[in-house]
Design a protein. Structure first.
Length: 209
């Protein structure tokens, strides 16, 4: 079942001038190129081909904006950290992501997708640090948990919580295949979007809850 039946793709952006107006509320998804970000988005939204998946890590090079409902958006950030991408492309991504986090007051939450078998990396920590500068809610999805034994999954979750204990970050196990953690992830997404109250005044700006 789709969480947002009317959800649709809006636009892609390669630079800040192409970003959608900074209004309403949006939740961004970030993650390494092979962490299963697109699959996580599709599973949470409940639409198989909502966010395009690719068998070639590093293919997604743009910031993709999707409409959810009532001025709410989902933002699919470019995958990062893929070794075969050129240094120039990695720097371009870093600059584009930096521009995004520098200007998005409408960002209500950030979900960082981490392969549970790899653990939290430097790029993941940079994403979380950027999110903290905007005072948005932070959440980590430890994906592909179905590929771990119950003991291994528990150890991966405990390790991530220890590493992120000073960052005010919630962490959960997730699997797009088995739907492990799906209800929790959906609840978090809805709570993030609800942090922005209704527009006030002629400017239509929103304030954080």
């Amino acid at each position: 079942m789709s969480l947002f039946p009317e959800a649709r793709f809006l636009t892609s952006a390669a630079r800040a001038a192409q970003f959608l107006p900074d209004e309403g509320a949006e939740v961004a998804f970030a993650g390494r190129s092979n962490a299963g970000k697109s699959s996580a988005i599709n599973t949470i939204i409940g639409r198989r081909d909502f966010a395009r998946t690719s068998k070639t890590p590093g293919r997604t090079q743009l910031i993709n904006f999707f409409a959810l409902a009532g001025g709410q958006r989902l933002v699919d950030l470019p995958g990062y950290g893929y070794a075969r991408v050129s240094r120039e492309m990695r720097e371009q991504w870093r600059e584009m992501l930096g521009d995004y986090f520098d200007c998005r007051e409408s960002l209500a939450g950030l979900m960082v997708v981490v392969d549970s078998r790899r653990g939290v990396g430097d790029f993941d920590l940079q994403m979380l640090d950027w999110g903290r500068t905007l005072d948005c809610q932070l959440h980590v999805l430890l994906t592909k948990a179905d590929k771990l034994s119950r003991q291994e999954a528990a150890a991966a979750l405990a390790a991530a919580k220890r590493e992120l204990q000073d960052l005010r970050v919630d962490v959960q196990l997730f699997s797009a295949t088995s739907k492990l953690g799906l209800d929790e992830a959906r609840t978090v997404l809805m709570a993030m979007l609800a942090r922005h109250v209704a527009p006030e005044g002629p400017g239509g700006r929103v304030s954080r809850g």
